[in-house]
Design a protein around this ligand. Structure first.
Ligand SMILES: CC(C)(COP(=O)(O)OP(=O)(O)OC[C@H]1O[C@@H](n2cnc3c(N)ncnc32)[C@H](O)[C@@H]1OP(=O)(O)O)[C@@H](O)C(=O)NCCC(=O)NCCS
Length: 182
């Protein structure tokens, strides 16, 4: 079976090849990209390569399983970010995650890629609700999902542990009726 593939004007969301993974690793290690996400980053390029090999070996995920995709910049072929749609207790209830290498911030890539993933969730993965959990203060991330029609539902207090501290998270979500009314 072929790799999942979502296309936008400037980006392709798919599985990366090993050379793209190595380039991404070099572009993200040592940056502040991990300050505002739960993951502290890969220990080595091999760890990332293994992650994607496992995805390829498993084949396209069913709606009950997470959909992890690399974001490839069409103009350069570079792997510049990652997005994932993760079902929670039911396949219809999902959470979205995303991170981009700092070199490409501020060009609308996150909005473009997360928008495509959210549309795919509602069109092809039966989503009824997609949420985003954003560390309080990560205004750029909150802005990304608000531009896509997510609404702030509240603040989950001491919801995540990061580098020895308990942090609060903004909870934002978009429902199928919100999405249909956009
Ligand atoms: C958050 C992140 C995904 C945004 O990526 P991006 O490609 O730069 O996002 P976009 O360009 O699509 O949009 C960013 C929006 O936030 C705004 N923004 C950026 N920095 C901001 C800040 N400090 N305060 C307020 N708004 C800010 C931008 O102006 C833009 O909004 P606009 O189009 O209305 O002007 C990126 O910074 C990132 O990967 N950060 C590290 C990982 C992370 O935090 N992931 C999200 C976890 S919930």
């Amino acid at each position: 079976m072929g790799a999942p593939r979502l296309e936008t004007a400037r980006l392709t969301l798919t599985w990366p090849d090993d050379a793209q993974v190595r380039g991404y690793h070099d572009a993200i290690v040592g940056t502040d990209m991990f300050d505002t996400i739960v993951w502290d980053g890969p220990a080595s390029p091999e760890e990332l390569i293994e992650h994607w090999r496992a995805r390829r070996d498993a084949g396209p995920p069913p709606v009950e399983a997470p959909l992890d995709l690399a974001v490839i910049e069409n103009a350069s072929g570079r792997y510049v970010g990652g997005v994932s749609l993760r079902p929670e207790d039911w396949p219809e209830i999902a959470n979205v995650g995303y991170a981009f290498c700092p070199a490409v911030h501020g060009q609308g890539y996150a909005t473009e890629a997360v928008g495509a993933l959210v549309d795919h969730g509602f069109r092809k993965r039966r989503a009824e609700r997609i949420s985003a959990c954003v560390f309080v203060g990560n205004t750029a991330s909150r802005r990304v999902v608000e531009k896509l029609g997510f609404r702030l539902e509240g603040t989950a207090r001491r919801a995540v542990h990061k580098r020895g501290r308990w942090l609060d998270e903004w909870i934002l979500a978009i429902t199928r009726p919100d999405w249909e009314a956009r």
